[in-house]
Unconditional design. Sequence first.
Length: 173
Amino acid sequence: MTIGIAGIGGLGTLGIKLAKALGHTVVAISSSFNKKKLALEKGADLYAASSDKESMAAVAGTIDLILNTISVNHDVNLYTALLAKKGTIVQFGLISKPQEIPMAQTIFNKTTIAGSAIGGIKETQEVLDLCAKHGIFSDVKIITADKIAEAWESLEKSNADALRFVIDIRRRA
């Protein structure tokens, strides 16, 4: 199965690792080529930039499942066009803008659009067990409280390294 991960941030890079651990071919999808190296280092087999027609055309119609982690307003149709027949896109990123979906494409290709926020206790435990088995961890940087401004600045710029910051309140700067 080919799995696409849209949005190469903290959740997206974790998605790449999990999909690879499950034996899937992974296509990382981001808005530009800025995170290509990162995505490939995390295990992606292919990379597409939604701003680049050629890279998107190269994977169009080939992805069985897209996990869309993008949580800013965007056109989901850029990603539905990548789905194979009977493919599914699952929206994880909550966006505020309504989306227009091309129904003819959805109907004739028998694609599905779904949404999910979080699994239950059983599903969460299954993912934790999989992570433990394969040594998969979130990419985090532990900081002290005096580094919050620097962390925020990094996130505002681009979060190019897709890190999530964890504030250790027990340590002193």
